[in-house]
Design a binder for this molecule. Structure first.
Ligand code: FAD
Length: 566
């Protein structure tokens, strides 16, 4: 028997960006609100993300005289989602995302800048823009959080310069694309970090939070401004329904089951099921492993999905992830997503036959989808896939945890990484032997690619043929910034798994963010946002920020629905 503790107007489950934003909106509408978080830290995957949010027609872009419109964005999301998503939900997103963002910018400590040159992921579709829809968080000084800074989920090393220094996505892009002034920028960022003597005496952790850490830290500070309680180590277990309406939820806290009652509703924001191997085996395409996920271990195990299903909620997209290829590194508790490096000139990705199967620069969701499709064709030889590059690439560019060798030579790499993270040989044939792939296939592929690098035209997959591919290309490489020959030994290989940054399927919701049953009727008082809900983006990933944008927007929509019902 659970003890009854408190009663709130609204309880929000989880402390990702969507959940925290929802709690802010609810508090500002005069509701009493509580956040319950299972982990010992707050922020979930949102805190280790890039923090980018995709908001078509946003006010930041408008202020810079950018050209976007509701109609153009609708054309684009309808084309991306291929008519599979209810138009009312798409419209709800496009109507509310810019309002949500403007509200947060004006009323909280969260501040963003528009990434004017970050293209939509499908530039070939009608309505796509070459930039202006993805927003990039400003850095946030975590000393404003006081002791709560220690409870913030640490950023992923993937998102930090040298695994520790905070930078914005605009800075990261400048360095990766090696645009004019990139070296000076790096030196300046390193000095700023080193010269923060007070912080350096205490910890390696940068005082400035960046990207997803900045997003979560500024939301947490804004919740503190509003005195909204956030209970850590509190595991949501079950929903309670009374007379056809959600009346409370059962959580486990301090080893004790407790019933928390709600007057208005519960907003589930507890992430997907990517950390639950049994649910991965049940729903996702095979092979699939928890260890390939770039998300925090043990946190998002599908609690919301199962609690909703127990009440008869409909579900959708359970066989989809927010796919991203990942690399596992010894002693790191989660895999690292490989988002940009695949587009750098001179890296090619092959299957066990030594053949390419996809445009390496494709968006990460499409990349892993192609891994699964090719794995069917090759009878299991594409998972894992292998990224291959040469000594020239190694000197100049990063790949996963390997910084360019001009900064981090092989002699300074941890010994344990050799033959776990990277393989190395003097010839391509020997490299193929080391990793157990077809040597003739690989040398053939490299020969072909070297020809494409010279002509600038990838005749197989048109890599570098659009503005999105070229965003992460090297602007100094001609004629195609995404293509360079692979010819200077030693040669390197790294293993890429069919990973994810969260699952995409979950409880089906309507245009009010309310969870619905198979017949479309609402489960009154129950809302789902973020990855515990079936994505409004269907099986697509229209632009950087397509997971956090909807999570935060449907938080806004859910609270507005609660206000209407009050
Ligand atoms: P989360 O942010 O994971 O939050 C869920 C929270 O719920 C967690 O804290 C979890 O502990 C808690 N929880 C789970 N179960 C329970 C329970 N039973 N009781 C209580 N609490 C519970 N997306 C973008 O849109 N833009 C980006 O730039 C971006 N970059 C990324 C970069 C990386 C390296 C990674 C890994 C991901 C990135 N993503 C990005 C994806 C994005 O981070 C996730 O899709 C998003 O954070 C999911 O949000 P969420 O609120 O659903 O889940």
């Amino acid at each position: 028997q659970a003890t009854v503790t408190d009663t709130y107007d609204v309880v929000v489950v989880g402390s990702g960006a969507g959940a925290m934003s929802a709690a802010i909106f609810a508090a500002d509408q005069g509701m009493s609100v509580l956040i319950v978080e299972k982990g010992a830290k707050y922020g979930g995957t949102s805190a280790l993300s890039g923090g980018g949010i995709w908001v078509p027609n946003n006010h930041y872009f408008k202020a810079k005289k950018g050209n976007d419109s509701y109609e153009q964005a609708l054309t684009y999301v309808k084309a991306s989602t291929e008519g599979k998503i209810d138009e009312a939900r798409l419209r709800a997103y496009l109507d509310n995302a810019p309002k949500m963002m403007q509200y947060l910018e004006e009323n909280t400590q969260l501040h963003y800048t528009v990434a004017e040159r970050y293209p939509d992921y499908y530039p070939h579709l009608p309505g796509a823009l070459p930039g202006g829809r993805t927003l990039d968080p400003e850095l946030f000084d975590t000393s404003k959080l006081g002791a709560e800074a220690d409870n913030l989920m640490p950023a992923s090393p993937t998102t930090l310069l040298m695994g520790k220094i905070a930078w914005t996505a605009r800075h990261a892009h400048k360095a990766m694309a090696r645009e004019r002034g990139w070296r000076v920028l790096l030196v300046w960022l390193m000095l700023r970090y080193k010269m923060d003597f007070k912080q350096r005496r205490k910890t390696k952790r940068d005082r400035r939070a960046a990207l997803g850490n900045a997003l979560v830290a500024s939301l947490r500070a804004s919740l503190m401004d509003r005195n909204v309680p956030l209970w850590l180590n509190t595991d949501f277990r079950e929903l309670v329904e009374t007379d056809g309406r959600i009346s409370g939820l059962i959580v486990k806290r301090d080893g004790q089951e407790q019933l928390i009652k709600v007057r208005q509703g519960v907003i589930l924001g507890s992430g997907g099921f990517e950390q639950n191997q049994a649910l991965r085996d049940k729903y996702l395409p095979q092979p699939t492993k928890v260890e390939w996920s770039a998300t925090p271990p043990g946190q998002n195990t599908g609690a919301a999905l199962e609690a909703g299903q127990a009440l008869g909620a409909a579900t959708d997209l359970l066989d989809w992830g927010w796919w991203a290829p990942t690399i596992s590194v010894p002693k790191e508790e989660k895999a690292r997503g490989v988002f940009a490096e695949r587009a750098f000139p001179g890296a090619i990705v092959v299957n066990g036959e030594g053949k390419r199967f996809v445009n390496e620069a494709a968006p990460y969701l499409e990349f892993v989808d192609a891994m699964y499709k090719d794995n069917e064709v090759t009878g299991g030889k594409t998972i894992p896939a292998w990224v291959i590059f040469d000594g020239h690439f190694r000197f100049n560019y990063a790949m996963g945890p390997l910084m360019p060798s001009q900064i981090m030579p092989d002699s300074r790499l941890p010994k344990a990484w050799h033959k776990t993270v990277y393989w190395k040989a003097d010839t391509l044939e020997a490299l193929a032997g080391e990793i157990g792939i077809d040597a003739a296939g690989l040398t053939d592929t490299v020969k072909k690619m070297n020809g494409y690098a010279a002509s600038g035209n990838d005749e197989d997959f048109q890599r570098g043929g659009n503005v999105f591919d070229r965003y992460y290309g090297d602007s100094n490489v001609k004629p195609n910034p995404c293509l360079a020959p692979v010819k200077k030994g030693p040669f390197y290989a790294m293993r890429m798994d069919a990973g994810d940054i969260g699952t995409k399927g979950g409880l089906l919701t309507n245009e009010n963010g309310c969870v619905v049953r198979e017949d479309g009727s609402e489960i009154k008082g129950l809302y789902a946002i973020g990855n515990c809900s079936a994505s409004v983006m269907g099986t697509s990933y229209p632009g950087a920020g397509s997971t956090l944008g909807p999570a935060m927007t449907f938080g806004y929509i859910a609270v507005n629905d609660l206000v209407r019902q009050r």
